[in-house]
Design a protein around this ligand. Structure first.
Ligand code: 5GP
Length: 113
C-alpha cells in the first residue's frame, strides 16, 4: 500500500518540524497553522479515519491525548488548548491518517465553523 503523506513524515522521507516522538506516536507543527500553536499528533500505526478505530487501537488513540498533555507541559501552555480530530471530508478531514490537532495561543471560538 502506498504511504500517505503522514507516513512519509513518520519515515522521515518528508521533512517536518517535529516537537515530540516516541514508539507509538509523533507530533509535528502543522504546515498551515490555524493558531499561533498548531501541532498534529499522530499514531505511527496507519488508521485512516476515526471511524476505523478498533478495540485494538484504544491504547494507541488514548496515547495521543497523553502526548498532548506532555506537549502542553513542554511548551509551558497555561492558557488552554483545544484538541480536535476530524472524521470525513464534511467534517474537514483532508489527510486520511488520523491526527489530533493541538491548537493554542489565541482565544478559540465555539462552536467551531
Ligand atoms: P485535517 O484537515 O485532515 O483535519 O488536517 C490535516 C492537516 O494536515 C491540515 O491542518 C494541514 O495543514 C496539515 N498538513 C497537510 N499536509 C501537511 C504536510 O505535508 N506537513 C505538515 N506539517 N502538515 C500538513
Amino acid at each position: 500500500m502506498e504511504k500517505n503523506i503522514f507516513e512519509k513524515i513518520i519515515s522521515k522521507e518528508l521533512p517536518a518540524d517535529i516537537v515530540y516522538e516516541d514508539d507509538i506516536s509523533i507530533a509535528f507543527k502543522d504546515i498551515n497553522p490555524q493558531a499561533p500553536i498548531h501541532i498534529l499528533i499522530i499514531p505511527k500505526k496507519r488508521i485512516e479515519m476515526p471511524e476505523q478505530i478498533t478495540n485494538d487501537d484504544e491504547v494507541v488513540v488514548g496515547h495521543l491525548f497523553y502526548v498532548a498533555k506532555l506537549i502542553a507541559e513542554k511548551l509551558n501552555i497555561k492558557n488552554g488548548y483545544r484538541l480536535v480530530m476530524n472524521n470525513g471530508e464534511s467534517a474537514g478531514q483532508s489527510v486520511f491518517h488520523i491526527h489530533l490537532h493541538f491548537l493554542s495561543g489565541r482565544k478559540l471560538s465555539w462552536p467551531p465553523g
